[in-house]
Design a protein around this ligand. Sequence first.
Ligand code: 13P
Length: 301
Amino acid sequence: MQNKQISEIRNLKDEQDAVILAHSYQPPEIQDIADHVGDSLELSRIAASTESSVIVFCGVKFMAETAHILSPEKTVLLPEPDAGCPLADCIEVPALKSMQELYPDALTVLYVNSPADVKAESYACCTSANALAVVESAPSDEIIFAPDRNLGTFISRQSDKTIHIWNGACRSHAIADLQDMKARMEEWPDAELLVHPETPPAAWELAHAVLGTGGMIRYVGESSVERFIIGTEEGMVYRLRKLYPDRVFTTGGNIYCINMKKITLQKISDSLRELKPVIELDPRTREKAFAAVARMTEVTG
Ligand code: 13P
């Protein structure tokens, strides 16, 4: 059954001139069928530069929206329209505007895990891979950072700027099970614990490094350590095992994102056949959001 679906997807992909992008949190069979697997920043770079006329985005809605913002002339498909992000949904334009009124001299740096209309009201976007660089390059010593409070706190500890942090969080990372991380560390005392900055500060204190998903991949590649405990969404363990078959990985903290698992092979094939559901934004919102996303890409490419 799976083989039939896979060959159907490959045929449809050629017929529709499509490229399949998948985030590292996607289920194994989706990572395997994708043309590119990456972190939020890498996938947006590919979305901006691909020559294919259709982008099938296997991730969550804000990621597909970012692809559309960067490549409006392409058809961007999100095979499961309900693959949302509760972190992105915890911020809305009126509330951000109230915070901006409170701090009129601050520039807003917005994590890409946010809705497009909120991006449109921000100075610049960032991902976990470039948040510090974007904050440091913004021409103000006062910043509003939204919506992830853990990433905001992580950045504020490395910056001399005054950073006003929005009180939002990723439901999966914010409730990381620290007891589970500790138990894994006891089981594997030679292993290193890598955690995502969306986890709470108490997890960073246990960890050997705090990194976005792309940073984790580079860190393992440069390290001589054999075993790693991965404190981010469990899909990342599959990605790392595939990239580094000579190393050993396990999950830490029981971090699972239900929305990242909503995309299936069947939905990809239906989406390619019917060329829907298409991500669309009101052109004015898209243009304003583009300015914020473009400022991010100016800083780190
Ligand atoms: P990365 O930018 O590290 O891929 O993280 C994306 C994300 O949504 C984390 O929850």
